[in-house]
Design a protein around this ligand. Structure first.
Ligand code: PBG
Length: 326
């Protein structure tokens, strides 16, 4: 049946009708807010390349978590900026480190909020790479032990979900085994499974003070042109016990979010990373784009591609908008 019988515009005529036939919906339930925990008290240090994002000490992290929960967002993911760094990144498994204290405080004061922790060495090593070095490269198998220590320390502090983002081979299996044999079989793993060596992490490295001091991350993070390999990474992580798999970044990899959802039908997270955030913010601040509409359009696209969960620095603000409080 063709025109003039068929007129698709009939269902676009009013906002009410559009609302009735809308296929994809974004909910605060879908969102996870990343936060940067730094040492000190009363600290709120703006990240220049991410307007609206700040490094915060534990007290301010808890306040932000409370507001985020009140806005309807169920979870936060924590990144730590340690007091001191060393070649091994040993602050990553300090039970009194910034992240560990933040977990305990959030769990005490905002008990229903799900607390996720990023498990990676790059914020903790003095060289800024995501593991222990052997020469100029990251030693895969030696790094597994460090990641395990870090994940166990987060679990001891009360993390609900640990999220390894290092891209070492075998880390999901190693972390799962260690959690299980230490009484943490209920702690879930959200694996950064298809994490690409991306230019879009630039602003994050200022926020987390985690830029590599030499070289780049291309010997462990994925090569952007590779989609089939991303499917193999996801398959491995699921075999090793990942509960949630992630594609990262989100926007340049929407095709892979779609493929992961179609091929594996597992819970899929997508990370709308720092560079994706800062591009929209910068254009918005300059008056070059309608920031609110652009943000909602991007997040709904990520959801339409198949993501069940979206990690985004916009989480609190968007949740408020969705609930009509913004
Ligand atoms: C740590 C890590 C990174 C991000 C999340 N975890 C940076 C990197 O791999 O260099 C990036 C997040 C963002 O850009 O928002 N490995």
């Amino acid at each position: 049946m063709a025109f003039p019988i068929n007129r698709p515009r009939r269902l676009r005529r009013t906002e009410t009708i559009r609302r009735m036939v809308r296929e994809t919906r974004l909910s605060p339930d879908d969102l996870i807010l990343p936060m940067f925990v730094c040492p000190g008290r009363g600290v709120k240090k703006a990240v220049e390349s991410m307007p609206g994002v700040a490094q915060m000490s534990v007290d301010n992290i808890v306040a932000e978590a409370r507001e985020t929960w009140a806005a309807g967002v169920p979870a936060v993911i924590l990144f730590g900026i340690p007091e001191r760094k060393d070649p091994q990144g040993s602050e990553a498994w300090n039970d009194n480190g910034e992240v560990q204290r933040a977990i305990r405080e959030i769990k005490e004061r905002v008990p229903s909020m799900a607390v996720i922790t990023d498990v990676c060495m790059c914020e903790y090593t003095d060289h800024g790479h995501c593991g222990a070095l052997a020469g100029n490269d990251v030693d895969n198998d030696a790094t597994l032990e460090l990641l395990v220590r870090s994940a166990l320390s987060h679990a001891r502090a009360g993390a609900d979900i640990v999220a390894p983002s290092d891209m070492m081979d075998g880390r999901v299996g190693a972390i799962r085994a260690a959690l299980d044999s230490n009484g943490f079989s209920q702690v879930a793993i959200m694996a950064y499974s298809a994490k690409f060596a991306s230019a879009f992490y630039g602003p994050f490295r200022e926020a987390a003070e985690s830029a590599p001091k030499f070289g780049d991350r291309r010997s462990y993070q994925m090569d952007p042109p590779n989609g089939d390999e991303a499917m193999r990474e996801v398959a491995l992580d699921l075999e090793e016990g990942a509960d949630i798999v992630m594609v990262k970044p989100a926007l340049p990899y929407l095709d892979l979010i779609w493929r992961v959802k179609q091929e594996f039908n597992a819970p899929v997270a997508a990370y709308n990373v720092s560079g994706e955030y800062s591009m929209i913010r910068a254009a918005g601040i300059n008056g070059w784009i309608d920031e609110e509409r652009a943000t909602l359009e991007v997040l709904i696209a990520i959801k339409r591609a198949g993501a069940d969960l979206i990690l985004t620095y916009f989480a609190k603000d968007v949740a408020r908008k969705l609930r009509g409080q913004g």
